[in-house]
Design a binder for this molecule. Sequence first.
Ligand code: NAP
Length: 321
Amino acid sequence: MKVALITGITGQDGCYLAELLLGKAYRVIGAVRDVGVARAKLPVELAQRVELVKWNMSSQAEMKEVIERVKPSEIYNLAAYSSGSGMYDDPVGIGDVNGLAVLRILEAIREVDTEIRLCQASSREIFGEAVESPQTECTRTNPRSPYGAAKVFADASIRIYRQRYDMFAASAILFNHESPRRGLSFVTRKITYEAARIKLGLGTQLSLGNLDARRDWGFAGDYVRAMWLMLQQSRPDDYVVCTGESHSVRELCEYAFAHLGLDYRDYVREGEDSYRPNEPALLVGSAAKAKRELGWSPEIGFRTLVSMMVDADLQLLDAKT
Ligand code: NAP
């Protein structure tokens, strides 16, 4: 039986990945900072089906001990300080967890068993102010935040261990991906949640930043499938994981409100307060390599994703009222 160790299992991607791997008959172990807190955070059905072990992103000795004990065949490193508005908070903590911790995991694997395969959740934030569009595995990195810089360090460490120690380590360069499990601080979920509140008469207005900001948004369930595929190959490599489509915040609003029979222009206000500085050039990826080598492509399109999130928020709010 294959054994997967997942850091960040309580997050959006962690839950989808755990469900995917359980469906493939893996033994799934979540490596978490607090077992009790993590169990309470997980969806109930998932909490009953996964094992949890305590794991400290700042302690290589603890990582080594856990890896020795659970003997994973695959490790998925999804734990990280969030992007979005959190990208500039606590830069030293971000450097440690999103960057240096990846080197600690690589060292722990090297010491325990170099046959263990590692997938690192990298980010399109490594491109920052992108120098070309679409962004590919070959695009020059140009991070504009401690978050992006830490991910660049992690990716470089992955490449070094792959080359120097012949380890199976790979980075998934993930563009934005969303789902009903996305945190409420992210613009996608903020829109679908507030649209559902307005529909139910619980809210009247939604203030947003730049409505013309564009992103390449996909569905989290599709992206964790790409990460799994990366570890099933005969050799490790890094892949951009994205939809290749760019949509504006305005389109997102339009689809979310239209799904509820509403016109977003009656409710959405463009304000300065949530404006994100350093808005980069067109951020859109090319997943041509993932398509060619992994046979991966996203199954859920943008409009379906938005509808799925709105429906889930309606259901959630309905259950609360
Ligand atoms: P998420 O929902 O914010 O989940 C983050 C996870 O990281 C949680 O399980 C959290 O655990 C854990 N974590 C945060 N700080 C930690 C710390 N100091 N020590 C240990 N664990 C910590 O993130 P996600 O959307 O699933 O993203 C998964 C990975 O993909 C991340 O590495 C992220 O950077 C990367 N990524 C995501 C996107 C995206 O659009 N979603 C795009 C590019 C890259 P707690 O429950 O203990 O807080």
